[in-house]
Design a protein around this ligand. Structure first.
Ligand code: ATP
Length: 304
């Protein structure tokens, strides 16, 4: 099967700064893929190279089998990118913007699809409003509509829900999930890790231009050993014997990293010995956020 996205030994340098460091990545058609990483990890650089906006320093990248450099037009036709930054032309209405965008891809009669996108993104009522009169969230919806106008098989969303209200978030994800169910490949970057965990089947985590984790979402989250035991205590003086567990304390709340449930009894008996009462207790399962934090804390040398 031709991969939706294939990237080989891809590198990008800005002077002495290495934004992407020999990335290898294959995303198959139909995947809902999360591309995660802290600010400056290289996500937007990778997306810009795929969209033909930035030239890689070395390596290759292709979309649906078309090289993003030597076969730029074919690759670009198959890709829809929702950029992170709000860029728009203030002189046109919403509908005009989408008609013009269709024209870039040689699509003349695209009205039915434009209507459908406007409907799904709750922009139908704004179709004849000038873009400069839209709110920030609505401008973002328009950016999403622009990325979808040519029905690309591969859709990359770079932080699509930044500054977007809860209602739109939900309707947007429903729409994107529907597109994914119809076979579109979705690549998502987001700092909302719960969103990525709920939506994506596979995930790559970038850190300082390198891929530090590449796995199925389920495997990545559930293979992380251990739990967090969160205790609200009657005293702020946490006994020294508890320090054998990695511990984070904020006032009366103490969070301990444990490996087995059986350790809870030992912890409680230590607290009893020191006459410290447990006022509240929660056992937290690992989630994408805790896995992500662990990856970010780990030494960059421990890279997969
Ligand atoms: P964010 O989550 O903040 O969007 P990101 O993972 O998308 O971050 P990039 O925007 O790809 O990160 O940036 C990767 C690195 O490359 C950063 O150190 C950034 O400062 C640098 N960088 C990006 N574009 C340029 C440029 N045009 N010139 C110089 N350095 C750049």
């Amino acid at each position: 099967m031709t991969p939706a996205i294939a990237v080989q030994q891809l590198g990008k340098h800005y002077g002495s700064l290495v934004a992407l460091d020999n990335i290898d990545l294959v995303i198959q058609p139909g995947e809902f893929f999360a591309l995660l990483g802290p600010n400056g990890a290289g996500k937007t650089t990778l997306i810009s190279i795929l969209a033909g906006l930035t030239r890689a320093s070395h390596g290759t990248a292709s979309v649906m089998g078309y090289d993003v450099l030597s076969d730029y037009r074919e690759a670009r036709k198959r890709l829809g990118v929702v950029p992170q930054e709000l860029v728009y032309d203030p002189f046109f209405t919403v509908r005009e913007t989408l008609v013009i965008q269709s024209g870039y891809f040689g699509l003349k009669r695209n009205d039915d699809w434009i209507d459908e996108i406007l409907q799904h993104l709750d922009l139908a009522e704004k179709a004849h409003v000038n873009v400069r009169a839209l709110s920030g969230g609505m401008k973002r919806r328009l950016l999403i509509a622009q990325a979808l106008v040519h029905k690309p098989p591969v859709i990359i969303l770079d932080e699509p829900t930044a500054g977007v209200d809860v209602d739109l978030r939900q309707s947007l994800w429903q729409f994107i999930q529907q597109l994914n169910a119809q076979g579109h490949t979705i690549v998502l970057t987001t700092h909302y890790l719960e969103e990525a965990e709920a939506l994506c089947n596979r995930v790559a985590v970038l850190k300082q231009g390198k891929i530090v984790a590449l796995d199925s979402m389920h495997h990545l989250v559930h293979n992380t050993r251990g739990y967090t035991l969160e205790l609200r205590l009657s005293s702020e003086n946490v006994p020294a014997d508890l320090q054998m567990w990695p511990c984070r304390q904020e006032g009366y709340v103490c969070s301990l990293k444990i490996t087995h449930g059986a350790e809870i009894e030992t912890i409680l008996s230590i607290l009893r010995k020191h006459e410290i009462q447990v006022l509240d207790m929660q056992l937290l399962q690992p989630d994408l956020e805790s896995v992500f934090m662990k990856l970010m804390e780990a030494d960059s040398a421990n890279i997969v």
